[in-house]
Design a protein around this ligand. Structure first.
Ligand SMILES: Cc1cc2nc3c(=O)[nH]c(=O)nc-3n(C[C@H](O)[C@H](O)[C@H](O)COP(=O)(O)OP(=O)(O)OC[C@H]3O[C@@H](n4cnc5c(N)ncnc54)[C@H](O)[C@@H]3O)c2cc1C
Length: 229
């Protein structure tokens, strides 16, 4: 299976590393009885089901997965809220910095068909796609707006302004950022359980779907029990 999944117009989720498998979950639980499985059996599958059902979550924290993610800042901002999966304990988040960066900025630009209307019965989220003729206008406006921001950003840099302030000219919500996210199987499934839901923003749902494909491949039994409701 490919270790990179493309998301949105320029983004991706790349699987960097995996530590463990469904067997790690099983053996973390079986150590209580000084037992170990060498291969996943039907009994082990039942044990995973039992652990998930009863909320015995610690065995799911013995497997780790590391991703590189390239996503618009609005998606990163939502992702970063998973404190347990991002910030401290044994999990980690490291992100590119525009204080030093030399890489050209890149932006998420929805195509004419990808603009969505405000929802009918809710204060947050989005509804049906808007007419393509209207969408074309907004794609055009957004392109112009970004271009203007980049011109001012480059002018500031050329005039000797430091990168950490020049970036104020870059339209931030749609600007792509890159980060490493290393997390336990439990944390990643918590993220998936929330961000695959219909009330999550569509753009982060697309990233969650890419993450889910990797998780299903490497943890087929556990993912079925704790990731996909
Ligand atoms: C559809 C949607 C809309 C949202 N809208 C908003 C919004 O408008 N504004 C906003 O600020 N956020 C919003 N959020 C983010 C949300 O409030 C959570 O911050 C985010 O979903 C991360 O979930 P979490 O806190 O469970 O994750 P984590 O921080 O990773 O925590 C994981 C779990 O660990 C446990 N835990 C974590 N910290 C503690 C603690 N200190 N004490 C005890 N147990 C703890 C909890 O069981 C928690 O569920 C939204 C999320 C979704 C999915």
């Amino acid at each position: 299976m490919e270790n990179i999944k493309h998301v949105l117009d320029k983004g991706y989720v790349r699987l960097v590393d995996v530590m463990g498998s469904d067997l790690s979950v099983v053996n973390a639980a079986r150590v209580s009885y000084d037992k170990e499985s060498k291969e996943l059996t039907d009994r082990d599958r039942k044990l995973i089901k039992f652990l998930a059902r009863e909320g015995h979550t610690s065995p799911f924290r013995h497997a780790f997965i590391q991703f590189e993610i390239y996503a618009p800042l609005m998606v990163a901002r939502q992702w970063w809220k998973y404190i347990v999966g991002s910030d401290h304990t044994m999990d980690a988040w490291n992100e590119s910095s525009r204080r030093y960066i030399t890489e050209d900025p890149a932006f998420y630009i929805p195509s004419a068909e990808q603009w969505r209307a405000a929802p009918m019965n809710s204060k947050q989220g989005s509804g049906e796609p808007i007419a393509t003729s209207k969408g074309e206008k907004f794609t055009y406006f957004l392109n112009n707006y970004i271009e203007q921001g980049e011109i001012l950003y480059n002018q500031a840099l050329e005039a000797g302004v430091c990168a950490e302030q020049a970036r104020l000219f870059l339209p931030a919500y749609g600007m792509y950022v890159r980060w490493y996210w290393s997390t336990s199987l439990q944390s990643v499934c918590h993220f998936l359980n929330q961000r695959l839901e219909h009330d999550a923003q569509k753009e982060i749902q697309e990233y969650a779907n890419a993450v889910l494909e990797f998780i299903k491949e490497h943890f087929p039994v556990s993912s079925e029990e704790i990731c996909v409701k």
